[in-house]
Ligand binder design. Sequence first.
Ligand SMILES: C[S@@+](CC[C@H](N)C(=O)[O-])C[C@H]1O[C@@H](n2cnc3c(N)ncnc32)[C@H](O)[C@@H]1O
Length: 286
Amino acid sequence: MTVLEVIQRSTGFLARKGVESPRLQVELLLAHSLGVPRLKLYLDFERQLTGANLETVRELVRRRGNREPLQHIIGFTSFCGFEIKVNRHVLVPRPETEMLAERAWQHLAAVNPSPGAALDFGTGSGCLAIALAAQCPGAHVHAADISEEALRFARENAALNNLADKVQFHSGDGFAALPPGLSFDLIVSNPPYIPSTEIEALPPEVRDHDPRLALDGGADGLDFYRRLAAGAENHLRPAGRMMLESGDGQSEQIRQIFVQHNWVVETVEADYTGRPRILTLRPERM
Ligand SMILES: C[S@@+](CC[C@H](N)C(=O)[O-])C[C@H]1O[C@@H](n2cnc3c(N)ncnc32)[C@H](O)[C@@H]1O
């Protein structure tokens, strides 16, 4: 069977299984299994695949047809250009979060006096902490999570990006993970923000493969924000800021929660699709 025939047949298979962008998914899986860049497939449409090639790609396509995320099958994703290993213990980093990372490293790089200190709160794969440590080489970057499995991955990802000694990891529930006395110029977080009752209706790739801990934000999806509004101030230095991602349609409720806890919402920025997503906040004391 040729490359083109495999692409066409597998695309039909994934489309019938309800997978979005089925042709792209097949091309990425095939390129991964052959160890070539995706665009190289277009130069090799008539290449005959060996029996071993076919067996490998069939298994990958079968897994994708069962709605396993592409990133889990390949084992990696890219976040702000950094290679991030993922599996069922960590949320697959989303493109929306890259914008939060960019805003966060811009802020951290401008902290005066430098170097600044930052906390990635609920680090998961470590993607935000890794981006911060790479973009702000002198900064003191900390990352915390309640999930030991996620932290193991976050450490591996830091090492994979040659940043093992640039991020300090802390394990525990909320701010209890931190050693006493630590304070930050920046706290950045992409909290679990899906309302519990909406999880069942998510696509299988998310519902069955992202960790529940990374998704479930309680009854209205906002529990984690309430905890941050109540507890983060004590961990911020005098001119410190907090930058948070919000779920689609949640930013106004989040703004109200923080205002009730005496925070000032400085900006609410839209993502690339125009949805309000990134809140920058500071305690009212300043
Ligand atoms: C939405 S994920 C974000 C992961 C990563 N920062 C990203 O943007 O891809 C939220 C993370 O918060 C962690 N988490 C959930 N509850 C927590 C808690 N009580 N204390 C600390 N971390 C928690 C989860 O384990 C998960 O890794």
